[in-house]
Design a protein around this ligand. Structure first.
Ligand SMILES: *[C@@H]1O[C@H](CO)[C@@H](O)[C@H](O)[C@H]1NC(C)=O
Ligand SMILES: *[C@@H]1O[C@H](CO)[C@@H](O)[C@H](O)[C@H]1NC(C)=O
Ligand SMILES: *[C@@H]1O[C@H](CO)[C@@H](O)[C@H](O)[C@H]1NC(C)=O
Length: 243
């Protein structure tokens, strides 16, 4: 039975090119519009090189859909935001791989970085902090991606209330681990939303990491065989910042 499950999973991961794109943001439940304020590529394929600048906001080997939105989404500090993923842009109905193929199990992660101008093209040299992660629930071996699929592509998390107001990029990511036994193998899917945080208290300054740099090919959450019962899972990157 176990062997059957494993070979089915390997078959699926080999044959299905079932990728995904974060393409819409909701702020306190309000739909901001398809591709509004989000740098998203037309092609839904993954990034696999954690040392590439493509790991920051995508848009390199997978060029951005043009024109890139010039919108900056206002987000009150402390707001609840929802990111929505679909298999493709121009999503068709009844696609069994929407929002992502069920084989693509792994964590979902969100980061913020302050940026002088949220619509500037350069995204190198930014200082990122993690605000959300959903990895493995050990008790039933379910992943962030399983919950994303149950939620029809939506992931909801909170923007910290204690950070400084101003313009930020929101880097929202799925790491699919179905082929992660060796590195490269893990599939990194990410897009960045252009946001303007208002009313932040600025009481805290989060510790930050760089992209590339925050992940290594040897990280236990990047190089991992998920086709076994896992006693734990370490989501890549730093701890989640809390106020
Ligand atoms: C896909 O969607 C984008 C953005 O909504 C649109 O500009 C583009 O024309 C669409 N492409 C096709 C092939 O329908
Ligand atoms: C922000 O960047 C965009 C894109 O490069 C540019 O068009 C705009 O003028 C910049 N805004 C400011 C205030 O510098
Ligand atoms: C960000 O919000 C502040 C406060 O409402 C506003 O003054 C500023 O113009 C906004 N900036 C952008 C780029 O939307």
């Amino acid at each position: 039975m176990k062997l059957l499950t494993l070979s089915t999973a390997l078959l699926l991961s080999g044959c299905v090119s079932a990728h995904t794109i974060f393409q819409k943001l909701y702020v306190n439940g309000v739909d901001q519009g398809e591709l509004t304020g989000i740098r998203a590529p037309d092609y839904d394929g993954p990034i696999t090189d954690v040392t590439s600048n493509d790991i920051i906001c995508n848009g390199g080997i997978n060029p951005y859909h043009q024109p890139v939105s010039t919108a900056v989404i206002n987000v009150p500090a402390g707001a609840s935001v929802t990111a929505e993923w679909h298999h493709t842009l121009n999503q068709t109905a009844n696609d069994p791989a929407d929002p992502i193929d069920a084989s693509h199990k792994g964590p979902i992660i969100s980061y913020l970085a302050k940026i002088p101008n949220a619509t500037q093209s350069s995204v190198t040299g930014l200082q990122w902090f993690k605000i959300y992660q959903d990895g493995l629930t050990v008790s039933d071996q379910t992943w962030g991606v399983d919950r994303l699929i149950s939620n029809k592509g939506k992931v909801t998390f909170t923007i910290p209330s204690c950070i400084a107001s101003g313009q930020y990029l929101l880097r929202h990511e799925i790491i699919a681990l179905h082929a992660a036994s060796n590195y490269p193998g893990a599939q990194f899917y990410m897009e960045c939303a252009q946001i303007n945080i208002t009313g932040g208290s600025g009481a805290k300054s989060p510790a930050t990491v760089s992209f590339p740099g925050a992940y290594k090919g040897t990280d236990p959450g990047v190089k991992i065989n998920i086709y076994q019962t896992l006693p734990s899972y370490t989501v890549p990157g730093p701890a989640v910042f809390t106020c």
